[in-house]
Design a protein around this ligand. Sequence first.
Ligand code: SAH
Ligand code: SF4
Length: 367
Amino acid sequence: MTGTNLLDLDPAGLQAYFAAMGEKPFRATQVLRWIHQRGASDFEAMTDVAKSLRSKLALSARVEPPQVVGDSVSEDRTRKWLIKVDGANAVESVFIPETRRGTLCVSSQAGCVLDCAFCSTGKQGFNRNLTTAEIIGQLWIARRELGSGSQPGERIVTNVVMMGMGEPLLNLDNVIPALRLMLDDNAYGLSRRRVTVSTSGVVPGMDRLAEECPVALAVSLHASNDALRDQLVPVNRKYPIKELIAACNRYLDRAPRDFITFEYVMLEGVNDADANAHELVALSRRIKCKFNLIPFNPFPNSGFARSSAERIRRFAEILQRADLTVTTRKTRGEAIDAACGQLAGDVADRTRRTRIDIDVPVKEVRA
Ligand code: SAH
Ligand code: SF4
């Protein structure tokens, strides 16, 4: 297919595209709704758009979502799509249904340059940035596959987390237009508080996101001091904890929520001692934050092991005693090889078995 892929355009971009064709702004809004609210990809189906405009669009534009090359559902209804990038490369997007919400975990890059020590995406190296169409396409596909709910206005996907493969803040040129579509009332209409970007701490990207499209922010802290974080999250050598905290505080001036979520992967004997928890308590005095403890998801030759349930409980307790809010991500199901933050994505490598992550209050954690 040729022509401009309209999935690459955010609402303002679509307006500009229509203006350049000499069309009125409301035509762009109509088409935006057809594409993102009704999942249309064929201009002929857009029946309230003038026939002459439909023909014009068919010549100059297309609506081309990325190709789905794998689709699996686990017994707990968690669903994973494998999205073709190019050649044998693919990324994953995962839908996690819960009682009162449905969360889609979206990828932003094929691979990642940042090479965190415990991350299987990082171990694959970097392939390329996803386009806006490939990022928003994951939500477009989820809506197509899951439907939009049985009641008028009902949403199946209520939350989006940019916690799939890649570092979203290193691909903001494509991530920001996708976020704008997620938030736009004529597209997906999600609230800013229900769209979360997760970053390993790319400070300039945090400032740009705050400026251009503030949404909820999660920061992958994973260590309680610089010496340890330099090892686990190498981008810390460039933006150490002090700068990261300062950036978090700047972010909160613009953010839709009044706290930052710190993600902390629990690695046995590496970052899970009582002393680490006490360091986190000290650090938390400098920023309004909540903690999300993530039991490490092992993969072959990672060199790390998951902290025991008892260790995680004790670690959480120290934070809670200091009046911090702590959740621990519960692993549920092993059926479909899909853990946010530990996605493989390579079509050729489908042999690993991982787990699915859900956030639950820490007291519910079991071995
Ligand atoms: N690049 C971004 C977002 C993608 S990773 C970031 O790093 O924040 C989403 C989360 O999963 C991050 O907190 C990441 O550190 C974590 N993660 C990566 N590998 C993991 C593993 N093997 N087990 C548990 N969590 C992991
Ligand atoms: Fe990249 Fe995030 Fe994995 Fe680190 S944890 S390598 S930033 S995807």
